[in-house]
Ligand binder design. Sequence first.
Ligand code: NAD
Ligand SMILES: CC1=C(/C=C/C(C)=C/C=C/C(C)=C/C=C/C=C(C)/C=C/C=C(C)/C=C/C=C(\C)C=O)C(C)(C)CCC1
Length: 531
Amino acid sequence: MAATSVKIPEFETTAVDVIPAIASNVRGTFRTNKTKNVQWRLTQLRKLYWAIEDYRPQLMAALKKDLNKSEYEAVLTEVDWVKSDCMFMIKNLETFVKDEKLAAPTVPAHFSLMKFRVRKEPLGAALIIGPYNYPVQLTLSPLVGAIAAGCTAVLKPSELTPNCAMVMKEMVQKRLDPNAYAVVNGGIPEVTALLEEKWDKIFFTGSAQVGTVIAKKAAETLTPVCLELGGRNPAFITKNANLKVAAKRLLWGKTLNAGQVCLSQNYILVDIDLVPNFIEHLKDAYKEYFPNGAKASPDLGRIVNARHFHRLKKMLDETKGKIVMGGEMDESELFIEPTAVLLNSTNDSMMTEESFGPIFSIYPVHSLDQALNIANSVHRTPLALYSFGSKKENERVLNEMTSGGATLNDSYFHGSVNTVPFGGVGDSGTGVAHGKAAFDTFSHTRTIAEIPNWADGILRARYMPYDFKNLRMIRALAPKPNFDRNGKVIKGLGYWISLVLGLGAKGAKGALLRWLLVLAGGYFYQQRRQS
Ligand SMILES: NC(=O)c1ccc[n+]([C@@H]2O[C@H](COP(=O)([O-])OP(=O)(O)OC[C@H]3O[C@@H](n4cnc5c(N)ncnc54)[C@H](O)[C@@H]3O)[C@@H](O)[C@H]2O)c1
Ligand SMILES: CC1=C(/C=C/C(C)=C/C=C/C(C)=C/C=C/C=C(C)/C=C/C=C(C)/C=C/C=C(\C)C=O)C(C)(C)CCC1
């Protein structure tokens, strides 16, 4: 269906004075306990799946209007992404919700007859606040996690993508249980009103600046938060990289959604001798992606609005570097060409600010040491990093710099698979999303111990009047250290006995297998000698 033939209602903010009632309603519904029923959750997830499928034309049209997102990307990274999230949860939920029995070594051997288990419980009523770049995916994927966990939720989509916000509002209200799930539309005043309410979990995706506002407000009521924030993500290219592959893959990272991807690289640290070659490969990849130029491509999205267009333009205007690829802009279309800037200083707008658009920089380095020093000083805890080098160099990058996630020899593959854990570290975020992690994020891990009546015999030691004989017995059960005060392992008699008995194996099964092999070897040796 053509995007223009789909009718989407005008954006309307939710009246601030009805927000307390909306919040109170979903809190009340949680207290009825109906969302704890796993079949009820599965029904909601199935309804959400079909809602997304049935609202596909509206969602696609809204993504086109809001971000000029191509049909291809709208399907791959938004609509089908969330449907696939639903399917994953529907298939696995009954496994995820099962109580987990606790045994040794978590439960000490002397308590092995007590029943310990971990039960996954819904946290309660959740508030989910979404950003503009993946308005459907990043609002509805957390909802899948919330429903699966048994939470009720209020969604607050980004007001910068008003068409998506309106479609999601209608879709959720019409298709899901309206007492359990609601959508509030608006911006700062509406979020402010929502934050005045008591939530059991706040799931926020957006900038670190707004994330700080959310975390501060949540702290007042000790509300747990999951913050999915941004970062100035580095890429490393060493002499051992395949330059053609690196250029092609990194340029892809800045073309998907016109580079408005939290994970995309901000800057690339390239071995100085490779820079001219790398730029040539970037240009080749550009020609491959956009044979008629980027502006004419039906695949490349646009910048979300004039404010973000000017933010990106300012970064380019202020740089002291040289544009080596791209550089064209057209405000009337909110078009910015994928652009690479060669820097001569790390103190440059193109390095110190998060691009969150199709522009990125290249900085020549003399060594991996220098590259790691720079990256750690630009942003110590980015959301992602990318390393294109030998196995050893890639391992070194992982060891000497942290990040929320990382991909070796590619752009954000670790964030392109919707079932693997995804999240930031430090100021790029806290908490994990995607796949089972989304279920865990909205769940409380509740440990339950069940103690039989007969156990009082064993538990005698805890009751008054205390008897030191019992304390000595309890202390005798405590494991003894096999290390000295300097942290060195003591290779005493016990160590040698277990080494000999285990034939060097750590586990009992391995030891048994090795002994069997030794015995079998001995037997066959003996047989051959006799024959
Ligand atoms: N880690 C991730 O998964 C992820 C994903 C997408 C985007 N991001 C980050 O998000 C940022 C871009 O998205 P954005 O511009 O939509 O983010 P944003 O922080 O401006 O807005 C996110 C949400 O917060 C609300 N908001 C904005 N200002 C507010 C305020 N002062 N008080 C309360 N609420 C407020 C908005 O209405 C919106 O719903 C980038 O920094 C990007 O890296 C991170
Ligand atoms: C098609 C045929 C086959 C199979 C082909 C295969 C397996 C193709 C694989 C394609 C890949 C790897 C696609 C990659 C997609 C990338 C995506 C979806 C990226 C998503 C990024 C997102 C959502 C970013 C999110 C950003 C966030 C969270 C922050 O802002 C064969 C080979 C099986 C048979 C022939 C036909």
